[in-house]
Write a protein that binds this ligand. Structure first.
Ligand SMILES: Cc1cc2nc3c(=O)[nH]c(=O)nc-3n(C[C@H](O)[C@H](O)[C@H](O)COP(=O)(O)OP(=O)(O)OC[C@H]3O[C@@H](n4cnc5c(N)ncnc54)[C@H](O)[C@@H]3O)c2cc1C
Ligand code: SF4
Length: 563
């Protein structure tokens, strides 16, 4: 094994790897406090010039009918959010592959290679975790508690939400804490009907999906004007994307240098001093390698990618991956299951279908209602799920007939509401990533092998997602209800977490509560790798919140001379 050692003088205080949700915040927080930061991003720079949210399909070369072309470059990425409009922001699946066992296919979608990472295309649903999540293991006996509690993170949730700009309604639920919301976008008539009836008949809360879309101007960003396709960018900067918020703030300080197209291969170390000293990266354009030195390294490359860097950084002292004396690195990969839900028809309340919008970019969210304190244990599964929902009023495309009669029938509105469950997956040792010794990407960096499959808990939860969706649609008076509850195979997800989990016990975890390596004090991993579990609420608000909190700790340690 070749161990990369280095004792060169640091050029920067901190190297941050990855400019997405976590890296954007880390570089902003550190640079605004006066630290010299190098922000290394594998992707190219992002700019307003590549935003196409107002561009019609007929102006595209292939009219966005590009499935065959994607087969040659992005067969995995093109399954979600990646279209002809924004394909260049995503990895080429053949240039940057990963492997899986034959019987455990895993679709690793949403791999971005542009400043801002996944926040360019994310769905923006922004929900707080609560102590029901952080202390779930103490309640139901499965897994480990997080090494922190809600009070520790509450002020940071406030700080992040005020800056990000989140539209939401206050509901007073302890298990889905309210936040610092901008005024709520209105619910549609169908969403209001659903909300009222589900509360009245089942006591469940369907609220506006708390979402990172502005309804008031903020920091030079305009309020949302309901054009719809946020995943193509936003010229008014009305949704939250690190590329036009946190990263430019960091650069404006003059303390942060963004190095684009910098694919980090490994972390450099001084094994004798038990410290990291910088990183080795490959320039994606020239394929040249370069070393960069710093007092501390913060990995923010996204769950699997950060762990890949650590696994590729093994030394003689850490033969199984850097900072892996616990042997936990790579294990406990989690990602939401979302293959249960339903749909039903609701009245259109006189609304007419239209091809031209406006298109509200935010739907509803049904808060968790299983395994709450004081409730009986749900049949067959621990933990819980929530639903994202959306209503639509569409043309009756399937109407029968011809000519005038068809034209008339076509205009009859078909109004429906869709629900998709997002469920917690239990952290299990066998769901993991490791380095595939046989396969490298085009930059010569060994790639990941991903092992991920559902267990009994997830299967029972998915079934309940389908059943409960039907129950709620029925309570709302919906007609022609259809539900689904499929096994989630091939396994896929966008909310990956774990593989370098936080914990109090250094023998059972990789990071402490400030996402600092137990083994190496000047090494931090501030994305969702550190999540001890993966509650059903979407993760990104908590990713950003924890990265700010951990940066404050890092700076305190630097001041105290501990780093
Ligand atoms: C379609 C879609 C919808 C989503 N919807 C939601 C939602 O509604 N709510 C929610 O909470 N979450 C949602 N997510 C998930 C959310 O986007 C992620 O949780 C979040 O962006 C993760 O932040 P991160 O900082 O860990 O990684 P990212 O935001 O992905 O940023 C990682 C960055 O690191 C860079 N990088 C990777 N490897 C290297 C390397 N070796 N060297 C240098 N740089 C590297 C990447 O290029 C990337 O820019 C969604 C994701 C997708 C794809
Ligand atoms: S819907 Fe709103 S946030 Fe999304 S792209 Fe349009 S203006 Fe921007």
């Amino acid at each position: 094994m070749r161990s990369v050692q280095s004792k060169k003088k640091p050029e920067y205080d901190v190297i941050v790897v990855g400019s997405g949700a976590s890296g954007g915040w880390a570089s902003k927080r550190l640079a605004e406090a006066g630290l010299k930061v190098a922000l290394l991003e594998a992707g190219k720079p992002q700019s307003d010039a590549s935003f196409t949210e107002h561009k019609p399909e007929f102006e595209l070369k292939f009219r966005d009918r590009t499935r065959e072309i994607f087969r040659k470059t992005r067969p995995i990425q093109s399954r979600l959010a990646c279209t002809e409009y924004n394909a260049e922001w995503f990895v080429n699946d053949f240039e940057e592959p990963y492997t899986t066992p034959k019987d455990q296919p895993f679709l690793w979608m949403g791999r971005l290679r542009v400043t801002g990472g996944r926040t360019n295309v994310w769905g923006r649903v922004s929900l707080r975790f609560s102590d029901l999540d952080f202390k779930a293991a103490s309640r139901d006996g499965y897994g480990e508690d997080w090494p922190l509690n809600y009070k520790d993170v509450e002020p940071y949730y406030d700080l992040v939400e005020k800056y990000v700009g989140i539209t939401g309604m206050r509901e007073g639920l302890e298990h889905l804490p309210d936040g610092q919301f901008q005024p709520p976008m209105p619910l549609t008539c169908q969403e209001t009907l659903f909300r009222d009836r589900v509360k009245e008949k089942l006591g469940r809360t369907a609220t506006l999906a708390r979402s990172a879309n502005l309804t008031r101007p903020q920091n030079g960003r305009g309020p949302c004007h309901y054009c719809g396709p946020c995943e193509r960018g936003c010229l008014t900067h009305s949704y939250f994307n690190s590329a036009f918020t946190t990263v430019p703030d960091a650069l404006r300080t003059g303390n942060c240098t963004l190095i684009s197209n910098a694919m980090v291969h490994r972390v450099l170390t001084d094994d004798d001093a038990n410290r990291v000293t910088g990183v080795l990266y490959v320039d994606r354009n020239t394929r040249q390698t370069r070393e960069l030195y710093s007092r501390a390294v913060v990995l923010c490359a996204q769950t699997q990618e950060s762990t890949r860097i650590l696994l590729n950084s093994k030394t003689s002292r850490y033969a199984n991956g850097l900072a892996n004396s616990s042997g936990m690195l790579g294990h406990y990969l989690t990602a939401h299951v979302r293959s249960g839900g339903g749909r039903g028809e609701l009245p259109s309340f006189g609304e007419k279908p239209t091809m031209g919008g406006p298109a509200k970019p935010v739907g509803i969210y049904v808060a968790r209602f299983r395994n709450l304190p004081g409730q009986a244990q749900a049949k067959g599964f621990l933990r819980a799920y929530g639903y994202e929902g959306e209503s639509s009023v569409e043309f009756s495309w399937q109407a029968p007939g011809f000519g005038e009669a068809y034209k008339k029938a076509l205009r009859e509105p078909r109004s429906s509401l869709d629900l998709t469950g997002f469920g917690e997956v239990l952290p299990r040792w066998e769901n993991r990533v490791e380095i595939d010794p046989e396969t490298k990407d085009v930059y010569g960096i060994p790639v990941l092998r991903i092992y991920m499959a559902d267990g009994e808990n997830e299967r029972a939860m998915i079934k309940d997602m389908g059943d409960s969706a039907g129950e709620m649609l029925e309570a709302a008076g919906a007609k022609n209800i259809e539900t689904h509850a499929n096994p989630s195979a091939p396994r896929w997800a966008l909310h990956e977490a774990g593989t370098a989990r936080m914990g109090k016990d250094a023998k059972k975890s990789v990071l402490n509560q400030f996402q600092q390596s137990h083994d190496i004090k000047n090494l931090f991993v501030m994305d969702a790798s550190g999540f001890t579990s993966n509650p059903c609420q979407n993760p990104t608000l908590t990713i950003m919140t924890l990265s700010v909190r951990s940066c404050d700790y890092l700076m305190g340690e630097m001041k105290r001379g501990e780093i």
